[in-house]
Design a binder for this molecule. Structure first.
Ligand SMILES: [Zn+2]
Length: 394
Protein backbone atom coordinates (compact mmCIF):
# COMPACT_ATOMS: atom_id res chain seq x y z
CA UNK A 1 0.00 0.00 0.00
CA UNK A 2 1.24 3.50 -0.87
CA UNK A 3 2.64 5.57 2.02
CA UNK A 4 1.20 8.81 0.69
CA UNK A 5 -2.22 9.98 -0.31
CA UNK A 6 -2.24 10.83 -4.03
CA UNK A 7 -2.46 14.50 -4.89
CA UNK A 8 -6.03 14.31 -6.22
CA UNK A 9 -7.24 12.73 -2.99
CA UNK A 10 -5.31 15.32 -0.97
CA UNK A 11 -7.22 18.08 -2.76
CA UNK A 12 -10.56 16.34 -2.32
CA UNK A 13 -9.89 15.66 1.35
CA UNK A 14 -9.19 19.34 2.03
CA UNK A 15 -12.30 20.34 0.10
CA UNK A 16 -14.38 17.77 1.99
CA UNK A 17 -13.21 18.95 5.42
CA UNK A 18 -13.75 22.60 4.47
CA UNK A 19 -17.29 21.71 3.38
CA UNK A 20 -17.95 19.95 6.69
CA UNK A 21 -16.65 22.96 8.66
CA UNK A 22 -18.93 25.15 6.53
CA UNK A 23 -22.02 23.27 7.73
CA UNK A 24 -22.80 24.26 11.35
CA UNK A 25 -23.71 21.12 13.31
CA UNK A 26 -24.60 21.73 16.92
CA UNK A 27 -25.86 18.64 18.77
CA UNK A 28 -29.33 17.64 17.51
CA UNK A 29 -28.88 19.75 14.37
CA UNK A 30 -26.58 17.45 12.41
CA UNK A 31 -28.80 16.48 9.48
CA UNK A 32 -27.05 18.60 6.83
CA UNK A 33 -23.56 17.52 7.79
CA UNK A 34 -24.66 13.87 7.93
CA UNK A 35 -26.07 14.17 4.40
CA UNK A 36 -22.82 15.73 3.15
CA UNK A 37 -20.76 12.88 4.63
CA UNK A 38 -23.09 10.30 3.10
CA UNK A 39 -22.73 11.94 -0.30
CA UNK A 40 -18.90 11.71 -0.10
CA UNK A 41 -19.00 8.07 1.07
CA UNK A 42 -21.23 7.12 -1.84
CA UNK A 43 -19.05 9.00 -4.33
CA UNK A 44 -15.93 7.27 -3.03
CA UNK A 45 -17.49 3.83 -3.45
CA UNK A 46 -18.37 2.48 0.00
CA UNK A 47 -20.37 -0.74 -0.52
CA UNK A 48 -23.26 0.54 1.56
CA UNK A 49 -24.10 3.97 3.00
CA UNK A 50 -27.05 4.54 5.28
CA UNK A 51 -28.40 6.69 8.12
CA UNK A 52 -29.62 4.76 11.17
CA UNK A 53 -32.71 5.60 13.23
CA UNK A 54 -30.72 7.89 15.57
CA UNK A 55 -29.39 9.83 12.59
CA UNK A 56 -25.80 8.50 12.56
CA UNK A 57 -24.20 8.02 9.13
CA UNK A 58 -22.74 4.59 8.46
CA UNK A 59 -20.50 3.60 5.57
CA UNK A 60 -19.67 -0.06 5.09
CA UNK A 61 -16.93 -1.82 3.13
CA UNK A 62 -16.69 -5.59 2.74
CA UNK A 63 -18.81 -8.32 4.22
CA UNK A 64 -16.67 -10.53 6.46
CA UNK A 65 -17.30 -11.66 10.02
CA UNK A 66 -14.58 -9.63 11.74
CA UNK A 67 -15.73 -6.04 12.16
CA UNK A 68 -13.50 -3.01 12.61
CA UNK A 69 -15.29 0.26 13.19
CA UNK A 70 -13.86 3.77 12.69
CA UNK A 71 -15.90 6.42 14.45
CA UNK A 72 -15.89 10.22 14.73
CA UNK A 73 -18.63 12.49 16.00
CA UNK A 74 -20.02 15.10 13.64
CA UNK A 75 -21.56 17.57 16.10
CA UNK A 76 -19.53 20.47 17.48
CA UNK A 77 -19.72 22.87 20.37
CA UNK A 78 -20.92 26.42 19.69
CA UNK A 79 -18.73 29.32 18.57
CA UNK A 80 -19.37 31.89 21.31
CA UNK A 81 -18.76 35.48 20.20
CA UNK A 82 -17.90 35.32 16.49
CA UNK A 83 -16.01 38.64 16.77
CA UNK A 84 -13.34 36.90 18.86
CA UNK A 85 -12.36 34.48 16.07
CA UNK A 86 -9.34 35.34 13.94
CA UNK A 87 -10.84 33.33 11.07
CA UNK A 88 -14.55 32.87 10.41
CA UNK A 89 -15.57 29.62 12.15
CA UNK A 90 -17.62 28.35 9.21
CA UNK A 91 -15.36 29.14 6.23
CA UNK A 92 -12.63 26.55 6.68
CA UNK A 93 -9.89 29.10 6.01
CA UNK A 94 -6.64 27.57 4.73
CA UNK A 95 -3.58 29.41 6.05
CA UNK A 96 0.04 28.40 6.72
CA UNK A 97 -0.62 24.71 6.24
CA UNK A 98 -3.66 24.60 8.54
CA UNK A 99 -7.43 24.55 8.09
CA UNK A 100 -9.23 26.77 10.61
CA UNK A 101 -12.84 26.64 11.82
CA UNK A 102 -15.23 25.11 14.33
CA UNK A 103 -14.81 21.35 14.35
CA UNK A 104 -11.40 21.43 12.56
CA UNK A 105 -9.82 19.57 15.48
CA UNK A 106 -12.95 18.15 17.14
CA UNK A 107 -14.05 16.20 15.32
CA UNK A 108 -14.63 16.84 11.63
CA UNK A 109 -10.95 16.21 10.86
CA UNK A 110 -11.52 12.67 12.12
CA UNK A 111 -14.43 11.72 9.88
CA UNK A 112 -12.91 13.48 6.84
CA UNK A 113 -9.60 11.63 7.08
CA UNK A 114 -11.34 8.32 7.87
CA UNK A 115 -13.43 8.55 4.70
CA UNK A 116 -10.34 9.31 2.58
CA UNK A 117 -8.35 6.67 4.43
CA UNK A 118 -10.86 4.10 3.23
CA UNK A 119 -10.56 5.45 -0.31
CA UNK A 120 -6.79 4.94 -0.02
CA UNK A 121 -7.41 1.42 1.23
CA UNK A 122 -9.78 0.59 -1.63
CA UNK A 123 -7.25 1.85 -4.17
CA UNK A 124 -4.68 -0.61 -2.82
CA UNK A 125 -6.79 -3.57 -3.97
CA UNK A 126 -6.17 -5.44 -0.73
CA UNK A 127 -8.57 -8.21 0.04
CA UNK A 128 -10.05 -7.73 3.46
CA UNK A 129 -11.24 -10.74 5.35
CA UNK A 130 -13.75 -8.71 7.32
CA UNK A 131 -16.01 -5.69 7.34
CA UNK A 132 -15.02 -2.08 7.87
CA UNK A 133 -17.46 0.52 9.12
CA UNK A 134 -16.89 4.27 9.10
CA UNK A 135 -19.42 5.95 11.32
CA UNK A 136 -20.21 9.62 11.93
CA UNK A 137 -22.22 9.89 15.15
CA UNK A 138 -24.40 12.65 16.52
CA UNK A 139 -24.74 14.34 19.92
CA UNK A 140 -21.33 13.39 21.33
CA UNK A 141 -20.73 16.88 22.71
CA UNK A 142 -24.06 16.71 24.53
CA UNK A 143 -23.79 13.17 25.75
CA UNK A 144 -20.66 11.02 25.28
CA UNK A 145 -21.59 7.69 23.83
CA UNK A 146 -25.38 8.20 23.81
CA UNK A 147 -25.66 7.85 20.05
CA UNK A 148 -22.66 5.52 19.77
CA UNK A 149 -24.17 2.96 22.13
CA UNK A 150 -26.98 2.47 19.65
CA UNK A 151 -24.45 1.90 16.83
CA UNK A 152 -22.53 -0.69 18.87
CA UNK A 153 -25.69 -2.54 19.84
CA UNK A 154 -26.59 -2.94 16.17
CA UNK A 155 -23.21 -3.55 14.55
CA UNK A 156 -21.37 -5.38 17.39
CA UNK A 157 -17.88 -4.35 16.27
CA UNK A 158 -14.81 -6.33 17.39
CA UNK A 159 -12.63 -3.24 17.60
CA UNK A 160 -13.14 0.53 17.49
CA UNK A 161 -10.87 3.37 16.38
CA UNK A 162 -12.04 6.75 17.63
CA UNK A 163 -11.17 9.76 15.49
CA UNK A 164 -10.73 12.22 18.37
CA UNK A 165 -7.58 14.34 18.24
CA UNK A 166 -4.44 12.43 19.23
CA UNK A 167 -1.83 14.35 17.20
CA UNK A 168 -1.31 11.11 15.22
CA UNK A 169 -0.47 9.10 18.32
CA UNK A 170 -2.51 6.21 19.70
CA UNK A 171 -4.63 6.89 22.78
CA UNK A 172 -5.73 3.91 24.81
CA UNK A 173 -7.76 5.38 27.64
CA UNK A 174 -9.17 8.34 29.49
CA UNK A 175 -10.63 9.23 32.84
CA UNK A 176 -14.37 8.78 33.21
CA UNK A 177 -16.80 11.44 34.39
CA UNK A 178 -20.07 11.96 36.12
CA UNK A 179 -22.33 14.96 36.60
CA UNK A 180 -24.11 15.17 39.95
CA UNK A 181 -26.66 17.58 41.39
CA UNK A 182 -26.59 18.47 45.08
CA UNK A 183 -29.75 19.96 46.57
CA UNK A 184 -29.37 21.68 49.94
CA UNK A 185 -32.48 22.58 51.89
CA UNK A 186 -33.15 25.41 54.35
CA UNK A 187 -36.12 27.55 55.36
CA UNK A 188 -37.23 30.68 53.55
CA UNK A 189 -37.93 34.01 55.20
CA UNK A 190 -37.92 37.69 54.33
CA UNK A 191 -34.32 38.85 53.89
CA UNK A 192 -35.06 41.64 56.37
CA UNK A 193 -35.40 38.94 59.05
CA UNK A 194 -32.67 36.42 58.17
CA UNK A 195 -32.72 34.86 61.66
CA UNK A 196 -36.26 33.59 60.94
CA UNK A 197 -35.02 31.42 58.08
CA UNK A 198 -32.30 28.89 57.33
CA UNK A 199 -30.21 30.14 54.42
CA UNK A 200 -29.63 27.26 52.01
CA UNK A 201 -26.82 29.18 50.26
CA UNK A 202 -24.85 29.43 53.53
CA UNK A 203 -25.30 25.70 54.06
CA UNK A 204 -24.26 24.99 50.49
CA UNK A 205 -21.09 27.06 50.90
CA UNK A 206 -20.00 24.87 53.84
CA UNK A 207 -20.61 21.76 51.74
CA UNK A 208 -18.77 23.20 48.74
CA UNK A 209 -15.57 23.90 50.64
CA UNK A 210 -15.57 20.28 51.87
CA UNK A 211 -16.12 19.08 48.30
CA UNK A 212 -13.13 21.11 47.12
CA UNK A 213 -10.92 19.49 49.73
CA UNK A 214 -11.98 16.00 48.57
CA UNK A 215 -9.44 16.55 45.75
CA UNK A 216 -6.62 16.01 48.27
CA UNK A 217 -7.77 12.50 49.08
CA UNK A 218 -8.56 11.17 45.61
CA UNK A 219 -6.70 8.23 44.08
CA UNK A 220 -3.88 8.70 41.57
CA UNK A 221 -3.29 5.95 39.00
CA UNK A 222 -0.17 5.33 36.93
CA UNK A 223 -1.70 5.77 33.50
CA UNK A 224 -4.89 7.79 34.00
CA UNK A 225 -3.58 10.13 36.68
CA UNK A 226 -5.73 11.68 39.37
CA UNK A 227 -9.45 11.72 40.02
CA UNK A 228 -10.82 15.25 40.47
CA UNK A 229 -13.96 17.07 41.51
CA UNK A 230 -15.24 20.60 40.76
CA UNK A 231 -18.41 22.51 41.58
CA UNK A 232 -19.56 24.10 38.35
CA UNK A 233 -22.96 25.79 38.52
CA UNK A 234 -25.26 27.03 41.29
CA UNK A 235 -28.80 28.32 41.67
CA UNK A 236 -30.86 29.43 44.66
CA UNK A 237 -34.61 29.30 45.05
CA UNK A 238 -36.76 31.37 45.39
CA UNK A 239 -35.05 33.41 42.69
CA UNK A 240 -35.33 36.69 44.56
CA UNK A 241 -32.88 39.31 45.80
CA UNK A 242 -34.69 39.90 49.08
CA UNK A 243 -35.69 36.40 50.18
CA UNK A 244 -33.70 33.94 52.27
CA UNK A 245 -33.52 30.93 49.91
CA UNK A 246 -34.73 27.59 51.19
CA UNK A 247 -33.22 25.64 48.29
CA UNK A 248 -29.71 25.80 46.86
CA UNK A 249 -28.71 23.47 44.04
CA UNK A 250 -25.32 23.07 42.48
CA UNK A 251 -23.76 20.73 39.94
CA UNK A 252 -20.60 18.77 40.55
CA UNK A 253 -18.29 17.57 37.79
CA UNK A 254 -16.38 14.50 38.94
CA UNK A 255 -13.58 12.95 36.84
CA UNK A 256 -13.04 9.28 37.53
CA UNK A 257 -10.21 6.79 37.50
CA UNK A 258 -10.57 3.02 37.10
CA UNK A 259 -12.80 1.30 39.62
CA UNK A 260 -14.76 4.36 40.76
CA UNK A 261 -18.49 3.61 40.85
CA UNK A 262 -21.75 5.51 41.05
CA UNK A 263 -22.15 4.43 44.68
CA UNK A 264 -18.70 5.75 45.59
CA UNK A 265 -19.29 9.16 43.98
CA UNK A 266 -22.74 9.59 45.49
CA UNK A 267 -21.52 8.32 48.86
CA UNK A 268 -18.67 10.86 49.10
CA UNK A 269 -21.07 13.78 48.75
CA UNK A 270 -23.84 12.29 50.88
CA UNK A 271 -21.33 11.76 53.69
CA UNK A 272 -20.37 15.46 53.61
CA UNK A 273 -24.04 16.46 53.95
CA UNK A 274 -24.44 14.08 56.89
CA UNK A 275 -21.19 15.13 58.59
CA UNK A 276 -22.20 18.80 58.35
CA UNK A 277 -25.73 18.06 59.55
CA UNK A 278 -27.20 19.67 56.44
CA UNK A 279 -30.50 18.51 55.00
CA UNK A 280 -30.34 17.68 51.30
CA UNK A 281 -29.67 15.04 48.70
CA UNK A 282 -27.34 14.07 45.87
CA UNK A 283 -28.28 12.57 42.52
CA UNK A 284 -26.62 11.72 39.21
CA UNK A 285 -28.07 13.80 36.39
CA UNK A 286 -29.80 12.17 33.46
CA UNK A 287 -29.51 13.12 29.79
CA UNK A 288 -32.75 12.95 27.84
CA UNK A 289 -33.06 14.45 24.36
CA UNK A 290 -34.47 13.70 20.96
CA UNK A 291 -31.96 13.39 18.11
CA UNK A 292 -32.66 15.30 14.90
CA UNK A 293 -34.54 12.24 13.61
CA UNK A 294 -36.72 12.18 16.73
CA UNK A 295 -34.96 9.23 18.41
CA UNK A 296 -34.99 9.52 22.20
CA UNK A 297 -31.55 9.22 23.77
CA UNK A 298 -31.71 8.76 27.50
CA UNK A 299 -28.90 7.87 29.84
CA UNK A 300 -27.49 8.54 33.25
CA UNK A 301 -24.54 10.94 33.23
CA UNK A 302 -22.13 8.40 34.66
CA UNK A 303 -19.29 7.34 32.38
CA UNK A 304 -16.63 4.96 33.63
CA UNK A 305 -12.92 5.47 33.15
CA UNK A 306 -11.33 3.01 30.72
CA UNK A 307 -7.91 1.81 29.76
CA UNK A 308 -7.00 -0.73 27.09
CA UNK A 309 -3.82 -2.56 28.16
CA UNK A 310 -0.74 -1.50 26.24
CA UNK A 311 -0.15 -5.11 25.17
CA UNK A 312 -3.72 -5.58 23.89
CA UNK A 313 -3.90 -6.86 20.30
CA UNK A 314 -5.69 -3.76 19.03
CA UNK A 315 -2.94 -1.47 20.36
CA UNK A 316 -0.26 -3.72 18.88
CA UNK A 317 -1.98 -4.06 15.51
CA UNK A 318 -2.63 -0.31 15.20
CA UNK A 319 0.88 0.49 16.33
CA UNK A 320 2.48 -1.79 13.74
CA UNK A 321 0.17 -0.46 11.02
CA UNK A 322 1.13 3.12 11.86
CA UNK A 323 4.80 2.20 12.10
CA UNK A 324 4.59 0.85 8.58
CA UNK A 325 2.79 4.00 7.48
CA UNK A 326 4.99 6.60 9.23
CA UNK A 327 8.31 4.77 9.39
CA UNK A 328 8.45 5.10 13.17
CA UNK A 329 6.54 3.88 16.20
CA UNK A 330 3.60 6.10 17.18
CA UNK A 331 3.43 7.70 20.63
CA UNK A 332 0.96 5.87 22.88
CA UNK A 333 -0.96 7.91 25.43
CA UNK A 334 -4.35 9.03 26.71
CA UNK A 335 -6.85 11.87 26.39
CA UNK A 336 -7.55 14.38 29.11
CA UNK A 337 -11.00 15.11 27.69
CA UNK A 338 -13.87 12.66 27.37
CA UNK A 339 -14.86 10.68 24.28
CA UNK A 340 -17.36 8.03 23.17
CA UNK A 341 -14.84 5.52 24.55
CA UNK A 342 -16.60 5.86 27.93
CA UNK A 343 -19.43 3.84 26.40
CA UNK A 344 -17.64 1.68 23.82
CA UNK A 345 -14.93 0.46 26.19
CA UNK A 346 -16.00 1.88 29.58
CA UNK A 347 -19.49 0.41 29.47
CA UNK A 348 -19.65 -2.15 26.66
CA UNK A 349 -16.08 -3.46 26.93
CA UNK A 350 -15.39 -3.31 23.18
CA UNK A 351 -11.64 -2.88 22.61
CA UNK A 352 -11.20 0.80 21.72
CA UNK A 353 -8.32 3.10 20.86
CA UNK A 354 -8.03 6.57 19.40
CA UNK A 355 -6.00 7.82 16.47
CA UNK A 356 -6.55 11.10 14.62
CA UNK A 357 -4.96 14.29 13.42
CA UNK A 358 -5.48 17.44 15.48
CA UNK A 359 -4.34 18.68 18.85
CA UNK A 360 -6.51 18.21 21.91
CA UNK A 361 -5.52 21.77 22.98
CA UNK A 362 -7.28 23.28 19.95
CA UNK A 363 -10.58 21.47 20.54
CA UNK A 364 -13.43 23.83 21.52
CA UNK A 365 -11.07 26.81 21.25
CA UNK A 366 -11.30 29.98 19.17
CA UNK A 367 -8.20 28.70 17.43
CA UNK A 368 -9.79 25.41 16.29
CA UNK A 369 -7.53 24.12 13.53
CA UNK A 370 -5.87 21.09 11.98
CA UNK A 371 -2.54 20.65 10.23
CA UNK A 372 -3.20 19.68 6.60
CA UNK A 373 -0.20 17.37 6.34
CA UNK A 374 -1.38 15.54 9.43
CA UNK A 375 -4.78 15.16 7.80
CA UNK A 376 -3.16 13.34 4.87
CA UNK A 377 -1.00 11.23 7.18
CA UNK A 378 -4.02 10.26 9.26
CA UNK A 379 -5.93 9.10 6.18
CA UNK A 380 -3.05 6.83 5.16
CA UNK A 381 -2.66 5.78 8.80
CA UNK A 382 -6.29 4.61 8.98
CA UNK A 383 -5.77 2.53 5.84
CA UNK A 384 -2.67 0.94 7.36
CA UNK A 385 -4.48 0.22 10.63
CA UNK A 386 -7.22 -1.57 8.68
CA UNK A 387 -4.63 -3.51 6.69
CA UNK A 388 -2.74 -4.49 9.81
CA UNK A 389 -5.99 -5.48 11.58
CA UNK A 390 -6.95 -7.88 8.83
CA UNK A 391 -3.40 -9.09 8.57
CA UNK A 392 -3.13 -9.09 4.81
CA UNK A 393 0.00 -8.25 2.88
CA UNK A 394 0.53 -6.18 -0.23
ZN1 LIG B 1 -14.73 15.40 20.31
Amino acid sequence: MKKKLNSEDQKHLVRFLRDLIGIPSLPRQEKNVIDRIGEEMSKIGFDDVYVDSVGNIIGKIGDGNKKLLFESHVDTVGIGDIARWDYHPFIGKVEDGFIYGRGASDDKQGIASMVYGMKHLMQSDLELDGTIYVVGVVQEEDCNGGAMEHVCNHIHPDGIILGEATNLGINRGQRGRTEMMVTVKGKSAHAANPHQGINAVYHASKIISKIESLNDSFPVQDFLGKATVAVTRMIADPDSTNTIPDICQFTVDRRLVLGETEEKCLGELTKILQDEGVEGNVEILEYVALSYTGFKIQLKEFFSAWELPINHDLVKVASSGLEESFGKKPRIGKWSFSTDGVITMGKLGIPTIGFAPGDEQDAHSLNDKVNINDLYKAAVGYAHIAKSYYNKND
